[in-house]
Write a protein that binds this ligand. Structure first.
Ligand code: GDP
Length: 296
């Protein structure tokens, strides 16, 4: 995860730390390299600019340059700014509501939405002791409902029985009723994937949201798509009230651009990171840990 960005930044900061004293020019030189590293990592340009300007201003302060370990202080400033850029603290799911609490999952086809639905269901069941039910509202892609059922069996979470021919809103209504009857704590609705941001499907998503009143609406995006992931998040957040992002395929993401730009560009917190194909390969997104990983 973030290997190439980490290597680039590691080189810059090793050089800084290796020097006893630092001049303003040394800091500015290092920040130029940081800027290039972030741009190569596909971080959005305005985000890079703001980051570099903030860090430079703090780092060329006299208290830093005159300190005993200026290199280390600069790295600490960069670390804090990275944590901030990644969203500050960990954004937890908010499931405080009368059950069944609804989590609506949305996203483009192939982003890892159905897999993430099952992963989160497993996590809620095993780590939080919740009784979870999942329902697929995807009537566009043949076998989507079947896929969720199979995943449900693998993670030991109930899925709503499939009735062929029902519309998404009808399935959502049936899921809500079933969840109430069965005293389910959390109902996860896996909405239809889409190839691109498409108005008909957006309207469908809004209709499902209106009747199910989700406490969490999580957008699943693929980290490997970099700035596209951020653009997708912006498009979706213009249509529905997203409460968080699930960033998948972080396991293969050497660059980190989506993770680093997401919060600053969209204002939405990354709540989970998908880290592999296995159904336990998901973790809450911890900005401090991710920053630590990037800085090595
Ligand atoms: P959907 O069309 O958005 O529902 O996508 P799927 O959930 O069917 O996932 C598409 C593919 O991506 C599957 O092969 C998943 O195993 C894989 N996948 C999902 N999340 C991750 C992840 O975090 N890391 C990796 N490496 N693969 C993932």
């Amino acid at each position: 995860m973030f290997d190439s960005l980490s290597d680039r930044l590691g080189g810059v900061f090793d050089r800084l730390r290796g020097r006893g004293a630092l001049s303003e020019d040394d800091v500015r030189g290092a920040m130029r390299e940081v800027r290039i590293a972030l741009l190569e990592a596909d971080v959005a340009l305005p985000v890079v600019r703001r980051f570099v300007d903030n860090v430079t201003e703090l780092a060329i302060g006299q208290s830093v340059l005159r300190s005993v370990t200026p290199g280390q202080q600069v790295v600490k400033i960069v670390n804090d700014a990275l944590v901030e850029m990644l969203g500050g603290g960990t954004a937890e799911l908010d499931l405080v509501a009368t059950p069944p609490v609804v989590i609506m999952m949305v996203g483009l086809q192939g982003s890892g939405k159905t897999t993430s639905t099952a992963k989160i269901a497993k996590l809620l069941k095993e780590k939080h002791g919740k009784k979870v039910m999942m329902a697929s509202l995807d009537v566009n892609r043949p076998a989507a409902q079947e896929q969720l059922k199979v995943l449900g069996e693998q993670v030991g979470v109930a899925t709503l029985p499939i009735i062929v021919g029902q519309l998404p809103v009808e399935i959502a209504t049936r899921a809500l009723n079933a969840a109430k009857l069965q005293a389910v704590d959390v109902l996860m609705l896996d909405t239809a994937g889409r190839l691109h941001v498409d108005q008909a499907l957006m309207d469908e998503m809004k209709a499902v949201s209106a009747i199910s009143v989700p406490k969490e609406t999580l957008l699943v995006v693929d980290a490997l798509t970099g700035q596209d992931a951020v653009n997708v998040a912006q498009s979706f957040s213009g249509e529905v009230d997203l409460t968080g992002i699930v960033l998948t395929r972080m396991d293969g993401d050497a660059r980190g651009g989506a993770a680093l730009s997401m919060r600053a560009v969209t204002g939405k917190p990354i709540k989970f990171a998908g880290t592999g194909e296995k159904l336990d390969a998901i973790e809450p997104f911890h900005p401090e840990r991710v920053a630590g990983r990037i800085l090595g």
